[in-house]
Structures are given as C-alpha cells and as structure tokens.
Design a protein around this ligand. Structure first.
Ligand SMILES: Cc1cc2nc3c(=O)[nH]c(=O)nc-3n(C[C@H](O)[C@H](O)[C@H](O)COP(=O)(O)OP(=O)(O)OC[C@H]3O[C@@H](n4cnc5c(N)ncnc54)[C@H](O)[C@@H]3O)c2cc1C
Ligand code: SF4
Length: 487
C-alpha cells in the first residue's frame, strides 16, 4: 500500500521543467529527468484506499494503487508488468494524459493528489531502459484484420489483435504511423523517438504497416502526391474484418467577415507542417510565425500547442483568445471531487510567453488580402457582446483552435457506414458499425477526445473483433460504447 505514512511525510513533487530560455531554443521535451528516490516517495504517498476512485477516473482502469506500491518497494519490473496489463502505451499517456485519475485521487480531497501520471511515465521509461519491452508472440489463427488509421486507437487495436494471433495490416495515409501523436502534438510535448521505439515492438509482433496509403471510395486515379490509393471494397474482400480508426480532425471554422483573407489557418494546417519540419521531411513550413504577430483563437490544449510552436519559431507576439471566462483557481461547488476539476491550468507553453485573454469574442478579421488584425469585443457572463468594448488587435497570422467538428466522412461513406447526429461513425455495443464486417474505435466514433480514451477504445474494439472472429476472446475490454457515453 505504498508507505503507510507517506502522504503525511511527503508533499506532491514533480520534476523541474527546463529553463524557458533554454527550451525555447530547442524542441525537446520540457521536463528534467526524474530522480528515482523522489518517484518512489511520490508513489509511497498512495494510500491504497478501500475504494480506489482513481480506477474510476482512468478510462483504461489502470491498476494504479498496485503499481504505486510496487514502485515504492523498488520493484520496477513487476510495476511495468502491472502497468502494461491495462495500457499498451503508458509512455504516451504518462506524458500527455490530462490525468483524470488525479482529479479523483482520494488524497486530493484535502491534499494535493498523488503524481499518478508521472509515476506511470517513470515505470514506462524504466521498462524501455531495462529492455523489458519485448515482443509478445502468439499462435496464428489464420484470420486477418485491416486497421485503417495509426493513431493511438488504431495502434492499440492492432497490437491487441496481433497478440490474439491474427494477421494485422495497418493502413495509414501519412508518411509514418502515429496519427495525431506524430503530426498534431508538437515535439516539445512528446519527442517522436518515443513513438518509433514502440512501433518496433508492434512490428516485431507481426503488425504490418502500409503507410502513404489512403483508403477511399474506389476512384483510384494515379496518385500525384506519392500516396497510394486503395479502395475500401478491397479491404472488405481481402480481410476477415476491418477496424476503422481514422480520427476526427475536421477543424471548426469561424465564418465571419474577413475569413477569406490570407494568413488565417486552422490549427492543424499549422501544426502538421511544423512537425514535418522537425522530422526532417520538409525544409521549411509554408506557415512560419518568425517575426509575426500571432493570434490564436481558442483557449484549449490545441491552442497551447500552437502557442509553444509559434514561440519556438520566433513570433514577435502571441495572444491566445477564449470566449469563455477564466476558470477558477480551485474547484467550484458545482464541480466537486471526484469529478475532473475544471480549474485554471498552465500548460508548459503558457510559461514560455504570450498573453491569454478570456471573455472575448472575435467579430471580424481586418485587412486587405492579408490579415492585419482582429476586431474583438468583450462578452458578459451570458457570452453577449458588451457595447463599447470593441478594439482592434494587430495580427499577421491567425490560428483557429476552436475544436473539431468530427471525422472526415469520405472513408465512412465509401464503406457505407451510418453516422450519429454528430457525424461520427455509429457503433453498437460490440463496436460494430452498420457494415457488419467493419468496426470503429477512437475519435472517429467518439469525436475528438483524448489519447487515453483512444487506447481504451482500441483495446475494447480489438476484443470485440476477436470474439466475432473466434467465437470467444481472452482479450480485455475496458469499456463499452453505451456506458462510455455516460462518462
Ligand atoms: C493538436 C492536438 C493536440 C492534442 N494533444 C493531446 C494531449 O496532449 N493529450 C491527449 O490526451 N490528447 C490530445 N489530443 C487528442 C488526441 O490526439 C486524439 O484524441 C487521439 O490522437 C485520437 O486517436 P485516434 O487514433 O482516434 O485518431 P488520430 O490520432 O487522429 O489518428 C487517425 C489516423 O487515421 C489516418 N487516416 C484518416 N483517414 C484515413 C484514410 N482514409 N486512409 C488511411 N489513413 C487514414 C490519419 O492520417 C491518422 O493518422 C490532441 C489533439 C490535437 C489535434
Ligand atoms: S492513463 Fe491517464 S487517467 Fe489513466 S492512470 Fe495514466 S494518467 Fe491517469
């Protein structure tokens, strides 16, 4: 149970972040390496509660008190086993998860919660450093599954299905696997080598990746862009089952006066080429913030990723706008424990520069051909414009980071899949779409969400595919779609 008095002896402590002037000169992750002794003290703060609410908070059902205890006892190998029992990719979630588990940690009722996410990351890093991440081999079943999309949902489904003995081929239209882990999330949040070393394990387990390969409707004109086109009907004919994990990256636009001016981009139009430059696949991004006044519309995480990217490119100024009021520093009465706390958060990018403004609405973009500014107005508690509060803020570049409207629909249409009212792929409780051979998981069926949900859905979907192919399954299934909708 960790150290019985650990929560009394030690306060919450996470590793230092590297100095801002240093990290702005490179794109490396922001944290200094962790000290094992500190991590063990932190794991020792876990109280092994009678009813551990952190399980409930984690969509994967990670066995948090168990691995906290093993880390406290210095048994990192057993901790890595327990962690991998529920999570295929703890090195992703340990870096990038917003940690709903910590929001529901019982210690958090009257103290700072256990640093669960950080302990998870340290276990994963020990596992790689010690060579404990090895391929898991399975007896072949003779069945085959195509997975479309290689984000965390597709990767988790592929790994689970390969471990059940099926032949798995992952189709990915991008140059390399990873989905938003590689082409959305910037290097300073997770270095891409972290994805590559995990992919080696999947390949050694037999997962085949066919990248630069787009699944579409059958209009297979010769590709001028180096991307091979494969008809969706080919997958249906050649595989026993198809898993769709194509994500939901259609960005929400802002249809106001001046939107046609150049210099205004959806966030993903900016982040993707920036990541390609970091990867050495593009010499220079067509959208570069160096010396520019940048405005980011949208106060969430995608906006923070644009902020950190613009600062590293040498932007002259960056302002991040949000129509909602600034969240409180502490939980409000309407947001009690163990709910996820809706509080003011400071991402690493916010420490690095830029200005955050709340309760403001963009009325129109200003400029001739190229954007030169934004007309803003302040809004009241009902989000109504406050008369007389108009102002024009200069801008050479504007990024729209206001969320996502749903998946791209071409591949769904090509496979004849029904959609929800939010235009996501519709699935039943066995993750099956309206096409009985096609399953769907991750953002394509859930809408833009989180990595931890994508992994949980990929694992659960794989169990459903295995059960449908074999009549039974030994694969774990942490979640069911209809129950997830309630969370
Ligand atoms: C900028 C940004 C930052 C984020 N940061 C975080 C974070 O810090 N923490 C967090 O938990 N979540 C974060 N998220 C959300 C998280 O990345 C997603 O919820 C998660 O990646 C969804 O996984 P997925 O596998 O469903 O889809 P995706 O990761 O979107 O992967 C889908 C894949 O399918 C491929 N594909 C699509 N159509 C086709 C086709 N027709 N043929 C072949 N391939 C196709 C795409 O190229 C892509 O690689 C962020 C999202 C964005 C946009
Ligand atoms: S995956 Fe996220 S919610 Fe689950 S234990 Fe890790 S940090 Fe917590």
């Amino acid at each position: 149970m960790g150290k019985p008095t650990g929560f009394l002896e030690f306060g919450r402590e996470t590793p230092e972040r590297r100095p801002v002037p240093v990290r702005l000169r490179d794109w490396r992750e922001v944290y200094e390496p962790a000290d094992d002794a500190v991590t063990r003290h932190q794991a020792g703060r876990c109280m092994d509660c009678g009813i551990a609410f952190c399980h409930e908070g984690c969509p994967l059902g990670n066995l948090i008190p168990e691995w906290n205890d093993l880390v406290y006892r210095d048994d990192w190998s057993a901790a890595a086993d327990r962690l991998h029992a529920t999570n295929n990719f703890p090195e992703f979630t340990g870096r990038l998860c917003p940690a709903p588990c910590e929001g529901s940690c019982v210690l958090g009722i009257n103290q700072d919660p256990v640093t669960i996410e950080r302990v998870e990351l340290e276990i994963a890093e020990h596992a790689f450093a010690e060579g404990w991440v090895t391929p898991v081999q399975a007896l072949p079943t003779g069945k085959s599954v195509a997975v479309v999309g290689s984000g965390p949902a597709g990767l988790a489904a592929a790994q689970q299905l390969a471990r059940a003995g099926h032949r798995v081929v992952v189709y990915e239209r991008a140059e390399l696997p990873g989905g938003l882990l590689r082409y959305g999330i910037p290097e300073f949040k997770m270095e891409k080598a972290v994805i590559d070393r995990r992919l080696q394990q999947l390949e050694a387990e037999g997962v085949e990746f066919r990248c630069s390969t787009m699944i579409e409707d059958g209009n297979l004109a010769a590709a001028a862009d180096g991307v091979t086109r494969v008809a969706a009907s080919t997958l249906l004919a050649e595989f026993d089952a198809v898993v769709l994990a194509t994500g939901a990256t259609s960005g929400r636009d802002l249809a106001i006066e001046g939107r046609e001016l150049s210099g205004i981009h959806l966030a993903m139009e900016y982040l993707r080429p920036s990541n390609l430059v970091r990867e050495g696949r593009l010499e220079q991004s067509p959208i570069d913030a160096q010396g520019k006044n940048v405005i980011i519309i949208g106060g969430g995480d995608t906006g923070a990723d644009c902020l950190g990217t613009a600062l590293r490119q040498g932007a002259a100024s960056v302002v991040q706008l949000e129509i909602m009021p600034q969240p409180p520093e502490q939980r409000g009465q309407q947001n009690p424990w163990p709910q996820y706390p809706n509080v003011f958060r400071v991402a690493s990018a916010h420490e690095e520069g830029g200005i955050r403004r709340y309760s403001v609405q963009t009325q129109r973009f200003v400029g001739t051909q190229v954007v030169s500014g934004l007309q803003l107005t302040s809004v009241d508690d009902q989000l109504q414009p406050i008369p007389g509060s108009e102002e024009v803020v200069p801008a050479d570049l504007v990024f729209l980071a206001m969320g996502f409207t749903g998946p791209e629909t071409a591949v769904l249409d090509a496979l004849g899949i029904d959609r929800t009212e939010r235009s996501n792929a519709k699935v039943n409780d066995a993750w099956v779409t309206s096409n009985p051979k096609v399953f769907a998981c991750g953002d394509v069926q859930r809408g833009q969400s989180l990595i931890v949900w994508a992994i949980a859905e990929g694992r659960s979907c794989a169990a459903a595919v295995d059960a449908s192919l074999m009549g039974e399954t030994a694969l774990p299934a942490p979640i069911v779609p209809s129950q997830v909708a309630l969370r």
